[in-house]
Design a protein around this ligand. Sequence first.
Ligand SMILES: [Ca+2]
Length: 639
Amino acid sequence: MGKNHNVPVDAFDIGANRKHWPLGLGYDRFYGFIGGETNQWYPELIEDNHFVDQPAKPEDGYHFSKDIADKAIAFIRDTKQSRPEKPWYLWYCPGANHAPHHAPREYIDKYKGKFDDGYEAYREWVLKQMIEKGVLPKGTELTPLNPMREGTYIDGDSVRPWNSLSADEKKLFSRMAEVYAGYSEYTDVQIGRVIDYLQESGQLDNTLIFYCADNGASGEGSPNGSVNEDRFFNGYPDDIKSNLAMLDKLGSPDTYNHYPTGWAVAFSTPYRMFKRYSQYAGGTADPLVIHWPKGFKARGEVRHQYHHCTDIVPTILECCGIAMPEVVDGVKQTPLAGVSMRYSFDAKDAPTRKETQYYEMLSTRGIWHKGWKASTEHGPMIDKGEFDKDRWQLFHTDADRSEAHDLAEQHPEKVKELAALWLAEAKKNNVLPLNDYGVRGIHSLEYKVAPPKDGRYTYYPGTTEVPEASAARTLGVSFKILAEVEFNEDSEGVIVSQGSRFGGYTLFVKDRQVNFIYNFLGIPPEQKLSCPAPASGKHIVGVEFKKQSLSKLNEALGKMTLYVDDKAVGSADFRTQTGHYALAGEGLAVARDTGDPVSKEYSAPFPFSGGQIFKVIFDIADDVYVDQERRLAAALARD
Ligand SMILES: [Ca+2]
């Protein structure tokens, strides 16, 4: 239910083998999106094994967090009414609180002014609360705002101290935190509806619930935050002026927003860094609430035993009284990595049964072992390698929960022991080889479905939208889009589209005009070519983009020409995107604009009516081989 980020990017489309989709992995039902994130107002929805349209629009009260709560209740009811005795398992993963931070205005406004003191002040306030509530031990110290030495992490992961910000920046950053708080509360309320349903239906007492987040707070918003993350994914800079102009719209369908790194550190208080820094608790520590009235007596208590998310499955198995099978359908199973936490339910002060846990992400390395933790001073994506030269830090986490004091110099033998243990665990768990490529390197490694040999794709109406990774790639290249359409006096609607208000293109007919709009990263004005719709009958309409250069800001610059049959009817200089139209969703669709509309000139889906679309051909032949050659050269350069 919700986010499923376990499918290879080239298998997001309907033509792919779906063995990695949830139903292929053994789930009976699925409702949600496939990929790392989605627009919370206009999600890319899949039910079971098929793409589906969202049941309502944002203006009618739609939000993804609410939708999956409704669907979770419906799924459990489905099972209960057809198989009343059958137990159920629900893995419920909202798109929240991942970016984009989208929430109803009334929830955002509840937090007005609450973050005006800035992130350093917030850290002090929240640590005090955590200690008072017993979530952290007395004496737990704050770590520095920018704890890493220069050269060991990327600039984009640094934090600008609050007192160095302009008044406008403070206003913008505070609002971003208010949006995030509203988003969190709204999601919590929706999950609360599922819990209420369990209670009403008499299922709550014997349902084992684990309520937690994944990783630390996210530092992907850069030191300045973002109003449209797609800019980042296209290598196009954010600017504070255009972000400020959207202050009042933050969290609405008009923004695709993320708070700055300062809040990522603050929301990972009291630890160092944030998500992606797996070696520090700031990248990994989360609160976990376990609820099971029939299963244990403890109520409202806190547990301090060290545990890790790998321990959740063993806990579920022990609570259910079943052993992990060694073989399933003739396939030998990978042994479980974790240790059950069941003992801790009734034993507040029992020592942890966990002994060792390694950490690795994007080449960051850490290892916890019997109350000590070793961490390398090597941030993610620094594109440097030289892992043998990394300096290990050492923390005595039994006494220093926030990993504030590096004891590596006092205990060199301990450091050696833990570093060797990390390597052994890494080998055992298929962690190697390490890779700390930067954003560009990772992009170049990303697998994309190869274009057809002749560089031509054909799309038809009445079909499923095609996700970006599998669609004709019009990013950073020359392309032709040609549609074969039977026009009549009433022809209207989208012929073909891809993307959203944050970037994309659309060919459509409106008010007896054929229009092509290329929306560059949502930055006005929309680039447009138009001509009168042709006379009734069969025609070819479309555009050709001839790329001429690549700007310093990663814009593909060139000439866009609109055609009706073999006649050029308009031409202008256009800039086009080179990175992504969307990270997930907003695929290529014929005869409609799925999800969020590309252009302000219509509301989606604006389906084509009056006349008939036969097919739409994309031709990227001029660039196919150039692209492959460049990729090959890049691959060789790496060796
Ligand atoms: Ca769209």
